[in-house]
Design a protein around this ligand. Structure first.
Ligand SMILES: NC(=O)c1ccc[n+]([C@@H]2O[C@H](COP(=O)([O-])OP(=O)(O)OC[C@H]3O[C@@H](n4cnc5c(N)ncnc54)[C@H](OP(=O)(O)O)[C@@H]3O)[C@@H](O)[C@H]2O)c1
Length: 271
């Protein structure tokens, strides 16, 4: 497949790495930052275009990987080069399909998607939604590509992107906050950082795998490992008393509200 990448920052780098693992893919990219382009030039395996239009000209599927506030500039630049056969995939947070259509028109194939940073280690999670012009084949091409960096889930209602942005987009950072707290605790008790990391990482991987494989609910899992009068109950009671669930819900709610705010602001700027 001929793939175009516009903006080669953090997210795009992880996508490029995955796409390169499918030998038949040809990748064309452009970035305003020449340092990023020289990095890819040195690393090899991608073709560096001289501008965004050339990326679009040479590609069948184009990934728009710039920050949300740069999307309109890029769309203005490429709209005359884009053709109805090409598929445009945006990964920009808060940028609605209708926003993109306002710039380039409704006759183009668009997929809005929301990846997350674990794409870098092929464990990414994508939410995605296609517009009415994109057909099954387009979606299959998209899914084939993103299967190299993670798993993709179709989102039926576009407004759900705000929740997906919070859950899988920002979620890894919230989990990292939890992990950081565990490491602070382990460090304060004199455990070596290397041992603490291994204990914490493997515990999380093991617990998640157990939940996935058995299909048991998280609350049943808590009951399973909580003997009356034991250590787990003691800790779980602290979480309950401190309203852990409410804190987590507030955290995700703030993130999803921010996502909606960004989307609304972009629409206002366009009108
Ligand atoms: N990072 C994440 O975890 C994550 C998760 C989900 C979705 N996303 C979305 O992914 C997109 C990219 O995020 P990121 O973290 O990868 O950003 P990033 O590292 O800043 O990369 C964006 C790149 O695009 C370049 N750029 C800006 N305007 C351009 C233009 N007109 N033409 C070509 N290149 C241009 C930027 O160059 P300059 O630096 O010179 O401006 C920068 O190198 C964002 O829309 C974000 O919402 C990110």
């Amino acid at each position: 497949m001929k793939i175009g990448i516009i903006g080669t920052g953090n997210m795009a780098s992880s996508l490029i790495k995955g796409f390169q693992s499918q030998k038949k893919n040809k990748i064309y990219c452009f970035d305003l930052d020449s340092k990023k382009l020289s990095f890819f030039k040195k690393a090899g395996g991608v073709k560096i275009a001289t501008n965004n239009k050339e990326v679009v000209e040479k590609s069948e599927i184009i990934f728009l990987c710039v920050k949300p506030n740069s999307v309109s500039i890029v769309l203005e630049e490429i709209k005359k080069t884009l053709t109805p056969k090409k598929l445009l995939v945006s990964i920009a947070a808060g940028v609605k399909i209708s926003y993109i259509e306002k710039y380039i028109g409704r006759k183009f194939k668009i997929i809005r998607s929301m990846p997350n940073l674990p794409c870098l280690v092929s464990k990414g999670v994508f939410g995605f939604k296609a517009n009415s012009r994109a057909n099954i084949k387009d979606i299959e091409s998209f899914l084939l590509l993103v299967s190299t960096v993670g798993k993709a889930f179709e989102i039926k209602k576009e407004k759900d992107f705000d929740y997906i942005t919070a859950i899988s987009g920002s979620g890894p950072a919230f989990l990292a906050e939890y992990i950081a707290a565990q490491l602070v605790y382990a460090g304060s008790k004199g455990l070596s950082s290397s041992l603490a990391k291994q204990l914490v990482f493997e515990t999380i991987i093991g617990a998640v795998e157990y939940l996935k494989v058995t299909g048991i609910s998280p609350s049943a899992f808590v009951d399973l490992v909580s003997s009356p009068g034991g250590t787990t109950v003691e800790g779980v009671n602290v979480l309950k008393n401190k309203k852990f669930t409410n804190i987590i819900i507030k955290c995700f709610d703030s993130a999803s509200k921010k996502s909606k705010e960004i989307a609304d602001k972009l629409v206002l700027e366009k009108n």
